[in-house]
Design a protein around this ligand. Structure first.
Ligand code: HEC
Ligand code: HEC
Ligand code: HEC
Ligand code: HEC
Ligand code: HEC
Length: 370
């Protein structure tokens, strides 16, 4: 019971080891809270805007020094480059807001330009594992998932605080779902990213984010490469795609959710699927063409701040079928079709065809005979 209270995970603590010495102690102010007073759950899960600056950089170097393999994976991850990645730098140059810095350079003080080393740290080991406000050092207690492998966990030279929430979506929640800076609420149209809500209503709702994004390697240790939008095989695994010709000029392309743990695409606003079809003449000359984008669609309204969501036709829990008509040129000709996942730059206007594509992965493609 005591452990349950300390770990703040109620009944979910059943899988936590009975090692009170490794559970650490809650920070003093909360321990001293009046009986019956509502206390925030302890330990805190990772959040943006930590402001621990150089202390975080130094503490992170110490983690890296002992956890060699994990550190190597993390250094090549988008968490590490969250503040330095060129796509982010370009977008931040258009909207340089403390709001952005809070998440992309979480150890910085959001209202001030980040020192270079703090920016280069990005989302660090300390950001996720040491959530004490006052210290970034491992001695403040390192968050870990409940131990589930055979035998006791190996001894660590620092306190390890095991919490069931850290093995689930709550470990990712406060950074991977959030409202526009100008929004007042958390309605679907207020959300700039909505991966957590999408996950809850997906067929994979009962699978933790780490199941897919931190797969366990040979030694049973979870990867910190945080596989995602840059990995073609992983992106392709999100859906199964089929196509059929429904008339001389028309094709139907169906995307059914497969390994997706949320909408496809999810994450940043400017991710989309381009579905296209072309009627091919001699030497594959394009004689007729049609396309459509599956995305969250936004408009910018004159005189008003922020983007307004006007539609969401991404792949959620059910299959999505797109019908495309290439026109009379399709008659008696082959039709080539393609589904492409695209990362596009912060669009200047509203015409989706004008957007600058920064990265693209072909999810599926094929040809249909006349
Ligand atoms: C002096 C070396 C050292 C330092 C510094 C250090 N660790 Fe550890 N840590 C270990 C060892 C050894 C273990 C136990 C073996 C293992 O799990 O890798 C451990 C265990 C852990 C665990 C528990 C793994 C599990 O589930 O059993 C986590 C998480 C962790 N460390 C993260 C960190 C983070 C984050 C930092 C920096 C804030 C850090 N460590 C600093 C040596 C260190
Ligand atoms: C974005 C958040 C995040 C970052 C950044 C991060 N970790 Fe982790 N780490 C986790 C989560 C979540 C788990 C537990 C996953 C599970 O078992 O469900 C974990 C697990 C671990 C483990 C135990 C691995 C195992 O399976 O035995 C160690 C050790 C560890 N992290 C160390 C580090 C170190 C060192 C760094 C920096 C080089 C780091 N982590 C960066 C979130 C993070
Ligand atoms: C402190 C905030 C924070 C936390 C906590 C956090 N993330 Fe992230 N994550 C980010 C940011 C910021 C990026 C964007 C990096 C960039 O600029 O590409 C990111 C990127 C990612 C990506 C790569 C996306 C892509 O486009 O490929 C994955 C996957 C990911 N996070 C998964 C997780 C998971 C799983 C957890 C929980 C275990 C987690 N994150 C916790 C802030 C966070
Ligand atoms: C069943 C497996 C699965 C689960 C569970 C899962 N994901 Fe994913 N995730 C994927 C796949 C596959 C992709 C690549 C396709 C895409 O972009 O949606 C992906 C992509 C992402 C991306 C990059 C999106 C982009 O296009 O830039 C982020 C960020 C992300 N996931 C975060 C999360 C978070 C946070 C959770 C938990 C709330 C989670 N995922 C749960 C499979 C999963
Ligand atoms: C609460 C956290 C949070 C805030 C605030 C935030 N972001 Fe992000 N951002 C993320 C996460 C998480 C991802 C990863 C999702 C993905 O890759 O699709 C991301 C991804 C991105 C990407 C894609 C990066 C890449 O590597 O492809 C860009 C660009 C971006 N954000 C720009 C911004 C800008 C500009 C702001 C401020 C207006 C901002 N973000 C505010 C969490 C945040």
């Amino acid at each position: 019971m005591l452990i349950g209270l300390l770990l703040g995970c109620g009944g979910a603590c059943a899988s936590a080891p009975d090692r009170p010495d490794r559970a650490g102690t809650p920070p003093a102010p909360q321990a001293a809270a009046a009986p019956g007073a509502a206390r925030p759950p302890w330990p805190a899960m990772p959040t943006p805007a930590r402001g621990r600056l150089d202390a975080a950089v130094a503490a992170n170097l110490a983690c890296e020094g002992c956890h060699d393999e994990v550190a190597r994976e993390w250094r090549a991850s988008l968490h590490r480059s969250a503040n330095t990645e060129p796509a982010y730098r370009r977008a931040f140059a258009i909207e340089p807001m403390p709001f952005c810095r809070g998440c992309h350079a979480p150890e910085a003080a959001p209202a001030e330009p980040e020192p270079e080393a703090v920016g280069a740290l990005g989302v660090g080991c300390v950001t996720c594992h040491v959530t004490a406000a006052s210290s970034a050092d491992a001695s403040a207690g390192v968050l870990a998932a409940p131990w589930t492998r055979p035998g006791p966990p190996p001894a660590a030279p620092h306190p390890v605080v095991r919490d069931a929430r850290f093995a689930g979506a709550p470990a990712c929640a406060s950074c991977h779902e959030f409202s526009f800076p100008t929004a007042r609420g958390r309605r679907p149209e207020d959300l700039m990213q909505s991966t957590l809500t999408e996950h809850r209503s997906s067929p994979a709702a009962d699978r933790p984010c780490a199941d897919c994004h931190m797969p366990a390697g040979a030694a049973g240790r979870r990867s910190h490469a945080f596989v995602g939008s840059r990995d073609p095989a992983f992106v392709r695994s999100a859906v199964t795609v089929s196509a059929r010709r429904t008339s001389a000029a028309a094709v139907e392309i169906t995307l059914a959710p497969a390994n997706a743990g949320h909408a496809f695409p999810t994450g940043d606003l400017f991710r989309r699927l381009e579905i296209s079809a072309e009627a091919l003449g001699p030497d594959d000359m394009v004689l007729g063409q049609a396309d459509r984008y599956l995305a969250r669609h936004f408009v910018i309204r004159p005189g008003q701040i922020g983007r307004r969501l006007i539609g969401d036709d991404r792949v959620h829990a059910a299959p999505v079928t797109v019908a495309l008509d290439v026109g009379p040129a399709g008659e008696g000709r082959e039709i080539a079709w393609r589904v492409a996942y695209q990362r596009v730059a912060h669009p200047e206007g509203v015409d989706e065809r004008d957007a600058l594509v920064e990265g693209e992965i072909t999810v599926a493609s094929g040809r249909l005979a006349p």
